[in-house]
Design a protein around this ligand. Structure first.
Ligand SMILES: CC(C)(COP(=O)(O)OP(=O)(O)OC[C@H]1O[C@@H](n2cnc3c(N)ncnc32)[C@H](O)[C@@H]1OP(=O)(O)O)[C@@H](O)C(=O)NCCC(=O)NCCS
Length: 170
């Protein structure tokens, strides 16, 4: 197993045309359909990192700021921001694009966590992430705080164990 990779090694970009079957009665992409595609995009980045099967462990708060219209192009960019022991945080950015009018609009961003599995379905160790630029480093540093928050919300960590978060609030 490679000991370390860069976020760029895990970068993935995925596009789909929004078709009638993907939309609600207002002619906008359904949120559930978008989350399905985000899950797949995130899994691709995670698998580019660990080169083995992964499962979605959690999805952080997702809010949709703009609807994606029927006939527009939906694009999801994703990459691993930080790897821990067996888990990886993935950052996703989603935008819509009106190819006729030639404009793009960001609809949402999200962080998903995936866990790598061994052939017995047990969590297995993943390579580390080495930030390669200032933006990578910012994401990498923030990942520790986001991890603590999601583990507390998921009932997997006690608030008093979250050193990074305590440093922010106390
Ligand atoms: C995710 C899963 C593999 C974790 O297994 P587990 O027995 O709790 O294993 P552990 O407690 O050893 O945790 C393994 C890793 O998962 C992470 N994890 C567990 N719950 C998490 C959560 N709610 N959010 C983020 N990460 C989580 C842990 O932090 C740990 O990461 P680390 O090794 O990098 O520190 C297990 O809960 C699972 O299989 N869940 C179902 C996944 C699935 O089916 N997803 C599709 C949705 S239907």
């Amino acid at each position: 197993m490679i000991a370390s990779k860069k976020p760029a090694d895990t970068f993935n970009i995925m596009s789909e045309l929004v078709l009638p079957n993907d939309t609600n009665t207002l002619g906008n992409l359904m949120g559930g359909r978008l989350m399905h595609l985000m899950d797949i995009a995130g899994a691709i980045s995670a698998m580019k990192h660990c080169n083995c099967p992964v499962v979605t462990a959690s999805v952080d708060n997702v809010s949709f700021s703009n609807p994606i219209k029927l006939g527009n192009l939906l694009t999801i960019e994703s990459r691993v921001t930080r790897a821990f022991n067996t888990s990886m945080e993935i950052y996703l950015k989603v935008w819509g694009e009106d190819l006729h009018a030639q404009f793009k609009y960001v609809t949402n961003e999200a962080y998903l966590t995936f866990v790598a599995l061994d052939p017995n379905g047990k969590p297995r160790k993943v390579p580390e992430i080495t930030p390669a630029c200032e933006e990578d480093q910012k994401m990498f540093d923030g990942a520790l705080r986001r991890r603590q928050l999601r583990l507390i919300l998921g009932g997997k960590m006690k608030p008093d164990e979250a050193g990074e978060l305590k440093a922010l609030f106390l």
